[in-house]
Design a protein around this ligand. Structure first.
Ligand code: RFL
Ligand code: PHB
Length: 402
């Protein structure tokens, strides 16, 4: 069977769904092809913090009703540094910017519901998804659905299929450069239906390693512990998790800590990764398909959103203003913001984790630790330093597209 559309979107994660909804709003027809089922997509527990730019895009897509009701605006967050707490007052330090605490799962659910209500075409549980002729004017996507081969004829393909997807691999190795750093630890995450230990996030640097206290709502907490890459999630009982967390959270917060059974537990490796360029011919890479950041700066989903913003604007110019060259600018514009988020996430990760190695960044560990302590001391104890953290945490403005 052959179907036709303007934009074929690979992947129904937040990037693919948000792009699909924005294009639809602008009258640009699109089809989504996803490898797994909707429930599987919704079962992944990931981001929780949305920048203002992301929130504005969700509003533009018209999918903001539940987010506005159930999401919580956060005016600031804490960094606990060997037990001493510093508040980064985002609102004050950035003159009015804040972030929104609303889970990626919820955004994804809202976008899925809006898509099915609009009657837009999505193929879930598609097998053997392949991209063809991306450098020609008539690219195609083929896949198998319920035993039948389906071919999509399209003008453009948006590769929104995450780090392990097929889209990036479709670009020949000699036509892309990959920059990568793998960190020597992971994050063990636990989701639990217990009230959060604090109203705002607490990023903790301790001699036992990093920890993060986050949340999804006033009754659902999300906590993370830095763990060695060799740890297996099955080896961490709930009890062991809470015991270790208590040793890493600031002493004065423990009276507010409620523990309970985990409803999700997983280990995520930490990686910095950028693929350059983010396009080839009529294929564009969007979100995690093109770049990965360690979660320490809460930037992964937010960078995906700024890619979506850029691609949506350029495709509107192409289809609605007949500017045939507009899409050629995608990679250059998107990468400027991506590198910024990459650098911030790398810097936050360096300062807040314990690198259990003999050598880090080309120096012995003891020297690296002293440099990082001095860096954190400076940034936390000076308003100028706090402003630098706050400005980047709320997110750099999206580039205007003329
Ligand atoms: P996704 O979410 O990986 O979605 C890609 C989709 O593509 C599908 N797919 C395919 N479909 C068709 N054919 C194929 N061959 C395919 N291969 C894959 C997949 O099934 C999937 O449905 O990428 P997307 O949409 O670009 O979204 C990116 C975000 O998910 C990611 O950047 C964030 O979750 C990162 N992240 C955070 N970002 C933030 O901005 N703030 C945070 O607070 C934050 N916390 C986190 C995070 C990521 C984490 N983990 C687990 C990596 C916390 C964690 C623990
Ligand atoms: C989360 O709530 O999952 C979360 C929040 C902030 C981060 C990373 C993850 O920096």
């Amino acid at each position: 069977m052959n179907v036709k559309t303007k934009v074929a979107i690979i992947g129904a994660g937040p990037s693919g769904l948000l792009l699909g909804q924005l294009l639809h709003k602008a009258g640009i027809d699109n089809i989504i092809v996803e490898r797994v089922s909707p429930d599987y997509v919704l079962g992944r527990i990931r981001a929780g913090i949305l920048e203002q730019g992301f929130v504005d895009l969700v509003r533009e897509a018209g999918v903001h009703e539940r987010m506005d009701k159930e999401g919580h605006v956060h005016d600031g967050f804490d960094i606990a540094y060997y037990g001493k707490r510093y508040r980064i007052d985002l609102n004050k330090l950035t003159e009015g910017s804040t972030v929104m605490c609303y889970g990626q799962t919820e955004i994804t659910r809202d976008l899925m519901e809006a898509r099915s209500a609009s009657g837009l075409n999505s193929y879930y549980e598609s097998e053997k998804v392949e991209l063809h002729n991306v450098e020609s004017d008539s690219p195609q996507v083929t896949f198998i659905k319920d035993g039948q081969t389906i071919t999509i004829d399209c003008d453009y393909i948006a590769g929104c299929d995450g780090f392990h997807g097929v889209s990036r691999q479709t670009i020949p190795a000699d036509k892309r450069t990959e920059h990568e750093r793998i960190y020597p630890f992971g994050w063990l995450g636990v989701l639990a239906d217990v009230p959060p230990v604090s109203d705002e996030l607490i990023y903790c640097k301790t001699e036992r390693g990093f920890a993060l206290a986050s949340m999804r709502s006033s009754t659902r907490s999300r906590y993370y512990l830095q763990v060695p890459l060799t740890d297996k999630v099955e080896e961490w009982s709930d009890e062991a998790f809470w015991d270790e967390l208590k040793k890493r959270l600031p002493e004065d917060s423990l009276k507010n800590l409620t523990t309970g059974p985990s409803i999700e537990k997983s280990i995520a490796p930490l990686r910095s990764f950028v693929c350059e360029p983010m396009q080839l011919g009529n294929l564009f890479l969007v979100g995690d398909a093109a770049h990965i950041v360690p979660p320490t700066g809460a930037k992964g989903l937010n960078l995906a959103a700024s890619d979506v913003y850029t691609l949506n604007k350029l495709l509107q110019k192409r289809f609605n203003d007949n500017d045939l060259n507009a899409p050629l600018r995608y990679s250059e514009i998107a990468l400027r913001r991506v590198w910024h988020g990459e650098r911030f996430s790398w810097w936050m990760s360096n300062m807040l984790h314990d690198f259990d190695q003999t050598e880090v960044n080309g120096m012995d560990k003891a020297t690296f630790d002293r440099f990082m302590q001095s860096e954190l001391d400076f940034f936390l104890n000076h308003e100028e330093g706090q402003k630098v953290i706050a400005r980047q945490y709320v997110g750099m403005p999206y580039e205007e597209i003329n």
